[in-house]
Design a protein around this ligand. Sequence first.
Ligand code: SF4
Length: 390
Amino acid sequence: MSQHKRLGDAIAQSKESSKIAQNSVSPWVNLPSFVVEELQQTLLDWYVSQGRDLPWRRSQDPYAIWVSEIMLQQTQVKTVIPYYQRWLVQFPTIEALAAADQQQVLKAWEGLGYYARARNLHRAAAEIVKTHGGVFPADLEAAMALPGIGRTTAGGVLSAAFNLPLAILDGNVKRVLARLSALDRPPNKAIKELWRLSEEILEPQNPRDFNQALMDLGAILCTRRHPNCVLCPWQRHCRAYNLNVQSELPMSESRAPLPHKQIGVAVIHNRQGQILIDRRRQEGLLGGLWEFPGGKVEPGETVQDCIRREIKEELGIEIEVGDRLIVVDHAYTHFRITLNVYHCRHLSGEPQPLECDQVRWVTLAELDQYPFPKANTRIIQALKQSEIPT
Ligand code: SF4
């Protein structure tokens, strides 16, 4: 029997059980007010003693909170903290960020991944300076009109900075609410209902702490793998707990395996001991970052042939492919890649940016000045440890 069918049956049976129905929380049914009040009070009480002490919670500056919200998308708290602290030293205000060069912004973000977040922060800072006098707008619609700010980020920033009664629905909150309501489908198939539930339980007098508490509940107790229901302030009203299906919820989307691409990559050396790098076009994945040139290996093609072909097409030059430097595996959200990296020698032609924004010859020491995607930083490490071919 499939996971969905078994869970669906358990949840359906529970609807007939008067005990659970009495205490049930369903995203599409209004909750009794006493349940809402108990959920609010117990969560806020728990937060006072168990909430996390995080650097951005000591600030009510919407800019600092906004930076933390963007960094925390897709990235864990412990990774974010040093980036957040360095960022605010380097770009202490919205004006400072808006005035910075995109290369500085991408360099400060290097290693955090999902670089569209950094480009959007930068663009939004410029927009705030232009349209809102450098002050983060205290208004949901205006905040959501900025690049990279969706409803949950806007709700998170505005509730934390201005105590506005706006709900949130990030990944942690989706999981908690899916369990609270014993949601009978994957959360992404019930977004409207989950937003309604998040709005319904929000404590309107103290949305700042309530939203932070909700995020902490997901991060500390209602975790993805082993929800710690014994310590949970919501145990009494949690439908998943009462049905004993908390470890099986939320239901997962059935996913096809990620496509896997083989990539040929050239580290091209010239007679002066320099290396050729190119800057990716602004639009698309990793836009604006620098990389070693190369491309996808076509069916029936060797990696060496691929590298020669790609370099001719992308840069208009002839090269000789030499020894292999390193093989790097990397996974993005929607696909995996294997970078097959080879030392290459420049033979003829002036490199031109035919399929990228810029090309540049740099020394090994100068590579550190440029923002590179994570997979490329492993190539740089290998290059520093290798013998450079003559
Ligand atoms: S009782 Fe368990 S499943 Fe329910 S909200 Fe709490 S930790 Fe999550």
